[in-house]
Design a protein around this ligand. Structure first.
Ligand code: RAM
Length: 347
């Protein structure tokens, strides 16, 4: 698979270095726009405000490490701020504060396709460049979306994994993130199509939402098992959801009987792959995603690109990228982790 490339291995190693550096400098978090979030970079004119879906998610900690690395290389600084909970309009006050403060660019993984739009449009009319990454808004609310992989690719890898895990037959459920999340909803819609087209013997019983909250996701896993006694598998397309579901399954009678797969980080999933709760799961490198988003923001701010299809720009160690259709920059392909390769990764 392409993702076994040197680039992935090298950046996985760098992710470790970067996250250690981050811990070392005392990365903080904030729940109110006035409180100080974590920050870093190399100084210089470029100022970026990074807004994840919510704080405290290791996935976004890793993407922050990528932003930090890029800003150090480019010569700029960033501040990360965001809500504690991934609610549709929880990011709005943070966007408004960043606009008032005159940040040069906002990099955001959106909790909702439209709730932050008015605030983002105000930012853009004040001359601020807006880059969505990971989870998009409606296209008119941002300059560029930095997409981790195509929705088709992300959906197919998850359907393929669950089909393998349960012998292509039986009942499954999806444990998602927040009900309004643009990214998960796009993947789930495509997964449903893929299931209908290629897996007639798999029945999707339910889609439930853990809100990218550990306890809610844990409780929803328990409820799914009670409600659907014939459940053979769970797909969780969120790093928070899959880790919470794995923790639940690993201590329950369903361990080894109900398959679990989806999107997770290797560090969170390692114990559950080793104890046999999970055979395989997928993801891209969140550090690369943050790094690419920061280079995209920089290219917009310095005028190298306007975000139009065909624009190309340099993204440091990742190489040259081109803006594609719908003002989207594509990072790469999802990668499958299993017992045989998980120890090569540290993020
Ligand atoms: C969670 C978030 C994020 C998503 C990953 C897979 O961390 O929902 O948006 O991309 O899972």
């Amino acid at each position: 698979m392409k993702w076994k490339s040197k680039r992935f291995a090298a950046t996985a190693a760098l992710a470790l270095t970067a996250s250690l550096a981050l811990v070392g400098c005392g990365s903080g978090s904030s729940s109110s726009p006035s409180a100080g979030g974590s920050s870093g970079g190399g100084g210089g004119d470029l100022t970026v405000t990074l807004i994840p879906k919510n704080l405290g998610n290791p996935y976004f900690d890793t993407s922050e490490a990528g932003v930090k690395k890029a800003m150090s290389a480019i010569g700029g600084s960033y501040t990360q701020v965001g809500p504690q909970e991934a609610t549709p309009d929880g990011q709005v006050p943070f966007i408004n504060t960043a606009t008032q403060q005159g940040t040069k660019a906002i990099i955001i993984s959106s909790d909702d396709p439209s709730a932050p739009c008015d605030a983002l449009k105000q930012a853009m009319s004040a001359g601020i460049k807006v880059v969505t990454f990971d989870s998009d808004t409606n296209p008119d609310c941002r300059d560029v979306f930095v997409n981790q992989a195509t929705a088709e690719g992300i959906a197919k890898v998850q359907v393929d994994m669950i089909a393998q895990d349960i012998g292509d037959s039986g009942e499954i459920a999806i444990l998602s993130a927040a009900a309004n999340a643009t990214n998960q909803n796009a993947w789930i819609a495509t997964m449903k199509k893929e299931l209908a087209a290629s897996h007639p013997n798999i029945k999707l019983d339910a889609v439930v939402y853990g809100n990218d909250d550990d306890q809610t996701s844990f409780d929803k896993t328990s409820a799914l098992l009670q409600q659907y006694p014939n459940l053979k598998g769970i797909v969780s397309p969120t790093t928070v959801g899959i880790a919470a579901a794995a923790r639940y399954l690993s201590k329950s009678d369903a361990k080894g009987k109900v398959a679990l797969t989806g999107l997770g980080t290797p560090n969170q999933m390692r114990p559950y792959v080793k104890d046999g709760t999970v055979k395989q799961f997928a993801l891209w490198n969140p550090e690369d995603l943050g790094y690419l988003a920061a280079y995209t923001a920089s290219a917009l701010v310095d005028g190298t690109i306007t975000g139009a299809e065909g624009d190309s720009f340099d993204a440091g160690t990742l190489g040259t990228y081109k803006v594609g259709a719908d003002n989207t920059v594509l990072l790469g392909k999802p990668f499958v982790f299993n017992k045989s390769n998980i120890d090569q990764f540290n993020f």
